[in-house]
Design a protein around this ligand. Structure first.
Ligand SMILES: CC(C)(COP(=O)(O)OP(=O)(O)OC[C@H]1O[C@@H](n2cnc3c(N)ncnc32)[C@H](O)[C@@H]1OP(=O)(O)O)[C@@H](O)C(=O)NCCC(=O)NCCS
Length: 122
């Protein structure tokens, strides 16, 4: 996990990007149904988050570019989103497209929201 803090007294985490060098079971199952089998040995999984008041200022993009470089250096060939992203999350979807992800599927998650599966070649 990469975590960024505010750097001030009483500092707090303002962004974290979780990168799993591998694939979670439920993500693997869905991609299998999409005829896009994932490979835990060479694929990786991303879960990014930037605190509300720090969004849309370029912080996520800086972290994303670093993680893409790091993932390649660690021998990863593709990156998928942990649990996809909500279909209504326009900001995140635009963010992912901008960094090279493409939408490959849609599914309903347990709470009933529609999510998109997105993947990127590294
Ligand atoms: C998605 C997220 C990680 C992006 O990080 P960020 O720091 O806000 O992103 P950036 O400021 O680097 O923005 C990069 C791109 O995101 C998109 N974007 C940013 N703010 C946006 C907005 N208000 N509306 C639509 N698109 C937006 C744009 O494509 C933008 O690039 P541009 O400014 O060149 O047009 C962050 O917004 C976030 O954590 N959101 C809440 C949690 C979340 O949705 N996580 C993803 C779950 S799958």
């Amino acid at each position: 996990m990469i975590a960024i803090t505010s750097g001030a007294v009483g500092e707090r985490i303002i962004a974290y990007f979780i990168l799993i060098l591998g694939i979670r079971d439920d993500d693997a199952q869905r991609y299998l149904k999409l005829n896009l089998p994932l490979d835990a040995a060479t694929d990786c999984t991303l879960a990014p988050s930037v605190a509300d008041e720090y969004q849309s200022q370029g912080l996520g993009s800086v972290l994303m570019r670093q993680l893409i470089v790091l993932s390649r250096q660690l021998g990863r060939r593709r990156m998928v989103l942990w649990g996809g992203t909500q279909a209504t999350n326009d900001r995140a979807i635009r963010f992912y497209h901008k960094h090279g992800f493409r939408t490959v599927g849609e599914f309903q998650e347990p709470l009933g929201f529609n999510n998109y599966d997105m993947i990127m070649d590294l």
